[in-house]
Design a protein around this ligand. Structure first.
Ligand SMILES: O=C(O)CCC(=O)C(=O)O
Ligand SMILES: [Fe+2]
Length: 434
């Protein structure tokens, strides 16, 4: 072997070993994720720290336990009649005396009620990350492509003419398709409502578009960042979601987690091309649960695409590629329109409140629970003060640090116990092999 040949062989060999090591690391990670069980998202403390240190705006006269309302039982948001679908404009908001928050989409800001409870987080984007803008540009292109291939699955009243695809796990009305949800009523509707958690129904024409979106690496990044943001600003809710949703996934292996990087069981892609919503509550969502919302596209955030929070009388400039978190089930919200030549899309993550009711009612729906008179009494007792209790799960800014530490401690313990389980399962074959 000549010197050159030897050098070439060495280089090739080095690359081969590098690739093998990478593959092994990847396999180890996969094995670890499998062993840790469903809903274990590996969340490191640094991810939490990266999104912290926000500036705080306290709404001195607003008390979430009084001024926000949930439905009885406090699992879901208020039941409201959808009013006429009207566009919410910036001019209208100014006339109503709303406060405009001129947000750059980067610096984290938190809006709290008078007791410091976190109602809205302008979380921003991963700091010091030069790749983020490109990544969001690509996510927008992927969404535009999906829009061309999808047919909408959103109820028509929610917003304007736009493509929306929903995916994930839900229960009850949330699992119905657009047609069933909008046109079925009364007994017929209750007969087709799902009695247990199910994958959200999908029009078969949406499936290819959906798969493109799920597989898109940049979309997956948005989803992972959204998960970290939830853990950072709502550690107590995060823990409740892991605990209760794990029970749901454990009971039914047919339920898929479409985005393993996130604890949120469902996502919606509002594919635009000019996504706006008129005033609405996401009232099927968990009443004290947050929505994580990332805006995408190309538009001037000073002129349109604002997030308007009617219940708080706030208008937020919401630049593309940035992420916010808020209590969308109990805070009425809308968007202002973007200009005609612009594009706006948004990706959201959330959890249906009915899933938590199902777990709390011992894996029964409300109707099944009410059939049993003994249980009905217990339920009635639980309902008293339910919203106040639910609100205690919302972190206060002053307690955020200790809530985060408690979550990290709990996740580490959980991880350790899963590891032990893993050792128990795998030690015997290992010994036999040796
Ligand atoms: O696109 C947005 O900013 C809002 C979306 C929204 O409210 C929803 O999907 O429920
Ligand atoms: Fe919404």
């Amino acid at each position: 072997m000549s010197k050159e040949e030897y050098k070439a062989w060495r280089a090739k060999e080095r690359n081969r070993l590098k690739r093998r090591a990478q593959k092994q690391r990847g396999l180890l990670r996969l094995k670890e994720e499998k062993a840790l069980g469903p809903l274990f998202v590996v969340l490191r403390p640094f991810q939490i720290a990266r999104y912290s240190s926000p500036s705080v705006m306290r709404l001195g006269r607003f008390d979430a336990s009084i001024d926000l309302k949930a439905a009885v039982g406090a699992f879901v948001g208020p039941t409201t009649q959808q009013g006429p679908v009207e566009e919410c404009t910036l001019q209208w908001c100014t006339e109503q005396g709303y406060t405009i928050i001129e947000w750059d989409g980067r610096m984290p800001e938190v809006v709290t009620d008078c007791r410091g409870r976190i109602l809205l987080v302008l979380a921003g984007r991963p700091p010091n990350d030069d790749t983020w803008d490109d990544s969001m540009g690509r996510a927008a292109i992927a969404s535009e492509k999906a829009e061309g291939n999808a047919i909408s699955s959103a109820p028509p009243a929610r917003g304007g003419p736009q493509m929306t695809i929903v995916r994930g796990v839900g229960i009850g009305e949330g699992t119905l398709g657009r047609f069933q949800s909008a046109y079925l009523t009364g007994v017929v509707k209750s007969a087709v409502l799902s009695q247990h958690p199910q994958m959200l129904r999908q029009h078969k024409k949406n499936i290819p578009a959906l798969q493109d979106i799920i597989r898109d690496e940049d979309v997956q990044r948005v989803i992972g960042v959204g998960n970290s943001i939830l853990a950072t600003y709502a550690p107590k809710i995060y823990r409740e979601m892991v605990e209760k949703l794990t029970q749901i996934y454990d009971r039914d292996p047919t339920l898929e987690r479409l985005f393993p990087k996130s604890v949120f069981p469902a996502q919606t892609a509002n594919l635009g091309p000019r996504t706006i919503t008129s005033f609405h509550f996401d009232s099927k969502n968990k009443a004290n649960g947050y929505i994580v919302l990332t805006s995408l596209g190309g538009f001037d955030p000073k002129k349109g695409g604002h997030l308007v929070l009617k219940s708080l009388k706030l208008v937020v400039e919401f630049p593309p590629g940035s992420t916010v978190l808020f209590l969308s089930s109990v805070i009425e919200h809308a968007n202002t329109p973007v200009q005609l030549h612009e594009r706006r899309m948004s990706l959201t993550q959330y959890a249906a409140g009915g899933l938590f009711r199902w777990v709390d009612y011992g894996f029964k729906t409300q109707a099944q629970m009410e059939e049993d008179p003994d249980h009905a009494v217990t339920v009635e007792a639980k309902r008293k003060g339910a919203w106040r209790k639910a609100i205690e799960q919302i972190s206060k800014v002053d307690e955020l640090g200790s809530d985060q530490e408690a979550l990290i401690r709990w996740l580490k313990e959980r991880r350790a116990s899963y590891r032990r389980r893993d050792t128990m399962f795998y030690s015997v074959p290992d010994t036999v092999c040796a």
